[in-house]
Design a protein around this ligand. Sequence first.
Ligand SMILES: Cc1cc2nc3c(=O)[nH]c(=O)nc-3n(C[C@H](O)[C@H](O)[C@H](O)COP(=O)(O)O)c2cc1C
Length: 182
Amino acid sequence: MTRVLICYGTSEGQTEAIAERMGDVVGGEGHEVTLTHLKHPPNGLDPGAYDGIVVGASIHGGSHQRYVGSFVRDHLETLNRRPSAFFSVSLTAAHDDPGERAPAAELLEAFLDETGWNPDGTLAVAGALKYSEYGRLKRFVMRWIAGRASGDTDTARDYEYTDWDDVESFAREFTTLLRADA
Ligand SMILES: Cc1cc2nc3c(=O)[nH]c(=O)nc-3n(C[C@H](O)[C@H](O)[C@H](O)COP(=O)(O)O)c2cc1C
């Protein structure tokens, strides 16, 4: 059976939810899936033991989680040799306007440039605004940022912008890579 590692960095949980949905799709296609939060990876996690690797990270203050970058750098050779994919989660990716959405793709590319990784597939995907889970300061800052971007500012509720169809298509496409590599 083909083994797939889906690992991620997350700060408020949306990237984890996306990774889990990808895991459902990849698992549904008959592959054995291991999901791992890279902030607390199991001892001796070895991407080389997997036939395919998907890595996800979210953007905060203009960059992805540092520990995800470290993981990619530490396992660069394996990642560049195996079927691999990267997805980047942000609010910028939620914009309808291509010009306003562009920085999401730029930050994704910057992550790849900085790490030297050349994945087979990439996805910039919209995340969520989880006002109910932020502390007071974070809620205030995010409301201000959302307001400046003409976004959603009612802090009495949460907003999810993730396009789950896109997420599932991306995961399904990744499984075709695995078949091609087998
Ligand atoms: C403190 C903070 C800073 C953020 N900074 C950015 C940013 O610079 N650019 C962006 O597009 N999204 C930004 N976001 C939005 C997150 O990327 C979005 O909420 C995403 O869903 C978070 O994913 P996670 O829950 O997996 O961490 C920020 C969110 C928070 C809470």
